[in-house]
Design a protein around this ligand. Structure first.
Ligand SMILES: Nc1ncnc2c1ncn2[C@@H]1O[C@H](COP(=O)(O)OP(=O)(O)O)[C@@H](O)[C@H]1O
Ligand SMILES: [Mg+2]
Length: 303
């Protein structure tokens, strides 16, 4: 009996080691010189962007990726509230050349870092060319510190949010099953397709009642986008309506930390796996990094 138990333990250990080696290989294969910039957005407000951004950041970090979240819902401190952290400096201090980018990085849970945007966009468009170059040089450091930079925006359709959407390497579009949320998501997809048909938009359905409802929305959105806008959408998955999310928000904690066994946590982990797998499949594609992102962003904001 004893022998058998030992043997079993050995087997489990060897599987664990094998898994972590596989994981490390996977992460190495998608690690690039520059970070991938993903803008998290939605057509309608209050659909779960901030919760998805934070918990996705945690899930990606648990898989071994280095993640930074930038709170770009200007004026509304979103991420701070959910982390229960008060950042002392914001991106505005970097834009105004008062701080260096490392000084505005706050430590979040699970090794993730986050930056509060403050009223960053307004400051950014005021910069002279030489000041802007200095800012871009400074923020470029993030490419060395992160594999993924998640940008949490306010609800879409405004010029500012559209600039963040158009400048990103990828867009993560969140919608709920509510008809108004779906039509606003479609309006955002249409605005993107008018500007750039090749933009990568990945859709997450949040707060669905069940798998069928979620898949139905993902399918319908993909079909209409392809048919009427000639734009290919990617379905990234879904998070169901889950009481754990509501409870965690009240505790000012990310749900995946307060309720690691919840349905929402399991589903967010599925989404993070899909992002990592897709990164592996496109490992020959270089990102333009945060530097490319900011240069494009400023171009869009000034146009
Ligand atoms: N999967 C979910 N299940 C239950 N409630 C949710 C879920 N996702 C979001 N919520 C609720 O919606 C609220 C708004 O979420 P939030 O992430 O702040 O949205 P946004 O950033 O899009 O404005 C949360 O405070 C929570 O009460
Ligand atoms: Mg938000």
């Amino acid at each position: 009996m004893r022998d058998q138990a030992d043997k079993l333990r050995q087997i489990i250990e060897s599987i664990k080691i094998r898994q972590s080696v596989n994981q490390a290989n996977l992460i190495n294969s998608i690690r690039k010189k520059t970070a991938k910039v993903i803008t998290v957005t939605s057509g309608k407000g209050g659909v779960g962007k901030t919760n998805i951004a934070i918990n996705l950041a945690i899930a990606l970090s648990e898989m071994g990726l280095r993640v930074i979240i930038l709170d770009a819902d200007f004026g509304l401190a979103n991420i701070d509230v959910l982390f229960g952290i008060i950042p002392h400096n914001t991106l505005v201090d970097v834009i105004n050349n008062k701080k260096n980018i490392l000084e505005v990085l706050s430590d979040g849970p699970k090794n993730i870092k986050f930056i509060s945007g403050g009223s960053g966009v307004e400051e950014l468009v005021k910069l002279e060319k030489s000041q802007l170059e200095k800012f871009v040089d400074n923020i470029s450091m993030l490419d060395k510190l992160a594999d993924v930079i998640l940008i949490d925006t306010g609800a879409g359709l405004s010029d500012n949010v559209m600039s963040f959407v158009m400048a990103a390497d990828e867009v993560l579009l969140v919608t709920t099953p509510e008809p108004t949320s779906i039509t606003d998501a479609y309006a955002l997809i249409k605005m993107v397709s008018n500007r750039n048909k090749d933009k990568i938009i990945k859709v997450v359905v949040n707060r669905a009642e069940n798998v069928n409802e979620a898949n139905d929305i993902l399918n319908k959105l993909s079909i209409v986008a392809e048919k009427f806008l000639n734009l290919k959408l990617y379905s990234l998955g879904y998070v169901l309506q889950d009481e754990a999310v509501i409870k965690a928000v009240k505790l000012q904690q990310p749900f995946s930390l307060s309720f690691p066994k919840s349905h929402a946590t399991k589903l967010i982990r599925e989404i993070s796996k899909k992002i990592v797998e897709e990164g592996k499949n496109n490992s020959n594609m270089e990102n333009t990094g945060i530097k490319g992102f900011v240069n494009r962003l400023v171009g869009f904001l000034n146009s």
